[in-house]
Design a protein around this ligand. Structure first.
Ligand SMILES: *Cc1c(COP(=O)(O)O)cnc(C)c1O
Length: 399
């Protein structure tokens, strides 16, 4: 006889860095140590009766990869453990995570309150897509808690925020917005893309749902698209039902990449944040810099809230160069190493001119209202040396 099985791994008894490398692992009959990638669209059954039982749900197990896939399940369980969520549903991208969450939990006639500084595509999804199906959205000033309360209607079902915001790193008091949402009988969803569970745990601050673009820090190396919704079992069951029918499922390959990305999430987030803080402090004393936006700086308007709800200031730093668009473009064009791209969450530092790229399609008035000026530059700090970043950002002075 073989020795008795070991006690199973108990998710509640371990620390986050342990969960990041061990949570969610399901081994096959081969006993592989690493997480297996199951590239299969469907699963076979031993008999017609077993097929019927699997399809009806009477017997748990995999049926078809639009519904479940073991590699995707491992990634979901690992992310749920890191967020402290009962359940997680992985999606094909961050946008399909938001789409699936709203399609599953809201219906025609419902109302959403969202912070004005949410991601551009999220705003378009709310204004151009959900509006067509009778779900209206009111955008409010991100940091003005009274504005959320004033926007509440009888049919308000969802509050949606993103903190810190892109690109100005405004920080929203999650606990205060959660209280306001719950007083209104609504749910609070937080897009936790910028901080990730390594730096911020929205569920512990009263949020009901977490949205992720796994494309960013969860993968962390700019390789794949992915997304996730985390929260309570009951609501995630509804999100999953939408997904298995509508199909914006995460592929097994992308899930495997993200699963391995999660293993280094906290060490990357801490290292990238430390470099971001060092660079932000350096930018703050450069004579050619007008203003720096970074939650880890004492000069940031919501520095205290940030330090209460985040472990660090995060890895995104924005700053205004003295001058206008020409100076901002000159600085960007003079760099040699930094990547000129709108993406973020990579180990390679990226540099972006929001006014003419990510926020280029909104009107000048709307840009002015949200404080995105022509001299603003956004950096998403990676893992290169801070000295090399500084050298690259200073080249334009002698160019
Ligand atoms: C990128 C991003 C999204 C969308 O994610 P995709 O994976 O590109 O679909 C949503 N929210 C935030 C904050 C993002 O940065």
């Amino acid at each position: 006889m073989s020795s008795p099985d070991r006690e199973p791994f108990d998710l509640t008894a371990y620390d986050p860095e342990t969960l990041a490398v061990r949570a969610g692992i399901e081994r096959s009959q081969f006993g592989e140590h690493g997480e297996a990638m199951f590239l299969t669209s469907s699963f076979v059954f031993n008999s017609a009766a077993e097929a019927a039982a699997r399809f009806s749900g009477a017997q748990p197990g995999n049926v078809y990869a639009r519904f479940t896939n073991p590699t995707v399940t491992m990634m979901q369980d690992r992310l749920a453990a890191l967020e402290g969520a009962e359940a997680c549903v992985a999606t094909s991208s961050g946008m399909s995570a938001i789409l699936s969450m709203v399609m599953a939990l809201l219906k025609s006639g419902d109302h959403i309150i969202a912070s004005r500084s949410i991601f551009g595509s999220t705003q378009q999804l709310f204004n151009n897509v959900f509006a067509k199906f009778g779900v209206e959205t009111t955008l409010v000033d991100a940091t003005d808690i009274a504005a959320y309360r004033d926007a509440v209607r009888l049919n308000t079902k969802l509050f949606f925020i993103e903190t810190p915001s892109n690109p100005l790193t405004e920080v929203i008091d999650i606990q205060a917005v959660a209280d306001t949402a719950h007083e209104a009988g609504a749910l609070l969803a937080v897009d936790n893309c910028f901080c990730t569970p390594a730096l911020q745990k929205p569920l512990e601050l009263g949020a009901d749902i977490i949205i992720h673009s796994a494309t960013k820090y969860l993968d962390g190396q700019g390789r794949v698209l992915g997304g996730a919704v985390c929260g309570r079992k009951a609501e995630m069951e509804e999100v999953w039902k939408f997904l298995r029918t509508a199909g914006p499922t995460l592929s097994a390959f992308n899930a495997w990449v993200i699963l391995k990305g999660l293993e280094t999430l906290s060490i990357r987030m801490e290292a990238q944040s430390a470099k971001a803080l060092e660079l932000a402090r350096w930018l703050e004393v450069q004579p050619w810099v007008e203003r720096v936006f970074y939650p880890g700086l004492e000069s940031h308007p919501q520095h205290k809230v940030a330090m209460r709800q985040q472990k660090t200031g995060g890895a995104v730093v924005a700053f205004e160069v003295k001058g206008g668009r020409d100076e901002a473009w000159k600085l960007i064009d003079s760099t040699r190493m930094l990547s000129i791209t709108a993406n973020l969450g990579d180990t390679k530092t990226t540099i972006t001119h929001p006014a003419t790229t990510t926020h280029g399609r909104i009107s000048q008035e709307a840009r002015d209202a949200s404080g995105i000026r022509d001299n603003l530059i956004r950096l998403a700090i990676g893992l290169e040396s801070v000295a090399d970043m500084q050298r690259d950002l200073s080249r334009w002075l002698t160019a």
